[in-house]
Design a protein around this ligand. Structure first.
Ligand code: ADP
Length: 459
């Protein structure tokens, strides 16, 4: 596997090399098209003015004069009919030049070697230090004919300014390569960290730490990753807690049942005692049965697949029927029951919603005080229906209110343990209400009572 780091570095440097080559080719083409003819013309002019000077000043020493010209930055070649040649200025790398060219210039023609220097993609003719790459003009001095070939001395032209630019270019290239190497490391580092964190997460270690100081996409990704890790950890904790709660809630009635059946096996148990034991055993069986029923409902709600069997029906009527079933318990607990239950139609799952009312009503009875009261109302509010269960029971504190919808949560154990319960009822209520796209609110004051208000859409 090629690392992201290597890929990034190779691609960036590749881009740099590619663009430099492209830039060179473009500027070379520009030289060939535009600069070369201009350069040729300029040097032709200079060569002509040299020739004019020697023609006009027969008294000057030709060698000395050409030597001086070469000193200001030209390479010069002079040849006459007899073939005698002399060079001035720095030497040409390639001194070949055809005899016909020399002949033609001696006969009075100009030679445009710079303009006609062959084009090559990667070699700018401008730099070619060859005798062919010169301008040739005829020259006369003291009656003698010569051929003069001139080109600017490139080495001479590369003065301080050019060197400065050259160095600048070189330093820029080296610096950019170094910076690419370093910055890529910085860019790629968080990804390596994330990979390590992912590995430890997949090994079941949720305690991953990522130092995040970045505010870019990678920082965002790391944040999301951490959120995901925390969420997974929470879910794992919930799963463990759930199993331990269930095991406990199943185990304790079972051991009670075993203890009391052992007692019943004893022949000396009186009839009164055995009646008492049987009622305890029955109570525990009831508890187990409620627990498994609630677990089954929760499991099916969790599966979430088209569980709702909705139809239009009368909720007021439904709650009235439920009240009739619990009338005996209300009487037994000496509780005052009042209600406002008009005929209101709702589109919902009658069986699941019945479970909701059942749980809220039994809670209002269970957690009430003797001589307390319960008020139940159904009210239409535009597109919504509001159903309220109000009691004058033990109430809930603020911290308890935040947790009552959690699975297995039972508030303040000293008060609750004396009443039967699993801590699953309200989680079922919450899930069913959410499935119906409704809301649930709790208003409660410790020791004064609670109100559970449910809002459901009519359709
Ligand atoms: P349980 O089986 O314990 O009743 P629930 O999920 O129905 O479980 O309720 C969770 C907890 O919320 C209860 O244990 C109780 O402490 C608290 N609670 C529920 N309803 C009321 C109420 N009407 N008044 C006071 N506390 C309540």
């Amino acid at each position: 596997m090629k690392s992201l780091y290597v890929k990034f570095v190779v691609i960036t440097i590749g881009i740099m090399v590619f663009s430099s080559i492209l830039a060179f080719i473009v500027s070379n083409a520009y030289y060939q098209q535009n600069l070369k003819p201009q350069n040729d013309q300029k040097i032709t002019k200079i060569a002509h003015s040299i020739a004019r000077y020697t023609a006009d000043h027969p008294g000057t020493d030709l060698n000395e004069y050409l030597g001086n010209i070469s000193d200001i930055g030209y390479q010069i070649y002079l040849v006459d009919h007899s073939g005698e040649e002399s060079f001035f200025g720095s030497p040409f790398r390639d001194k070949s030049l055809s005899a016909s060219t020399k002949e033609s210039v001696l006969n009075g023609n100009d030679y445009h070697g710079i303009l006609h220097f062959p084009q090559k993609t990667f070699v700018t003719g401008f730099f070619a230090n060859e005798l062919k790459n010169t301008i040739g003009v005829p020259l006369t001095h003291n009656g003698a004919n010569y051929a003069l070939f001139v080109r600017p001395d490139i080495k001479f032209l590369f003065n301080e300014m050019h060197l400065l630019f050259g160095w600048m270019l070189l330093i820029t290239i080296i610096l950019s390569i170094v910076i690419v190497l370093i910055s890529t490391k910085y860019l790629v580092k968080p990804i390596s960290k994330l990979t390590t964190a992912t590995k430890s997460l997949s090994n079941g270690d949720f305690n991953v730490e990522l130092e995040i100081t970045r505010h870019d996409e990678l920082g965002e990704l790391s944040h999301s990753f951490l959120r995901m890790a925390r969420r997974l950890e929470q879910m794992e904790d919930m799963r463990k807690e759930f199993i331990s709660n269930i095991s406990h809630d199943i185990q304790s009635p079972l051991s009670n049942i075993r203890a009391y059946t052992n007692l019943l096996e004893n022949k000396s148990v009186s009839e009164e005692e055995s009646g008492h034991y049987f009622s305890i055993i029955n109570g525990e069986i009831r508890r187990l049965s409620t627990l498994t029923k609630q677990l089954l409902i929760l499991a099916s709600l969790d599966r979430n697949e088209d569980i709702l069997k909705k139809r239009r029906y009368n909720v007021g009527q439904q709650i009235k029927e439920l009240l009739r079933n619990y009338q005996w318990l209300v009487n037994e607990k000496n509780i005052m029951l009042s209600y406002t239950l008009p005929d209101v139609e709702i589109n919902g799952d009658p069986s699941l919603l019945n479970t909701v009312w059942d749980n809220l009503l039994t809670n209002a009875i269970k957690y009430n005080q003797s001589g307390g009261s319960i008020d139940i109302s159904v009210e239409e509010k535009g597109e919504m229906i509001e159903i309220t269960f109000q009691d004058t029971g033990i109430g809930l504190s603020k911290t308890e209110m935040e947790r009552i919808f959690d699975r297995f949560y039972r508030a303040d154990t000293s008060r609750t343990r004396t009443t039967e319960g699993t801590g699953l009822g309200l989680s079922i209520v919450w899930t069913v209400v959410k499935l119906h796209e409704g809301q649930i609110k709790v208003n409660s004051k410790d020791h004064e009572g609670s109100a559970f208000i449910i809002e459901l859409p009519k359709n």
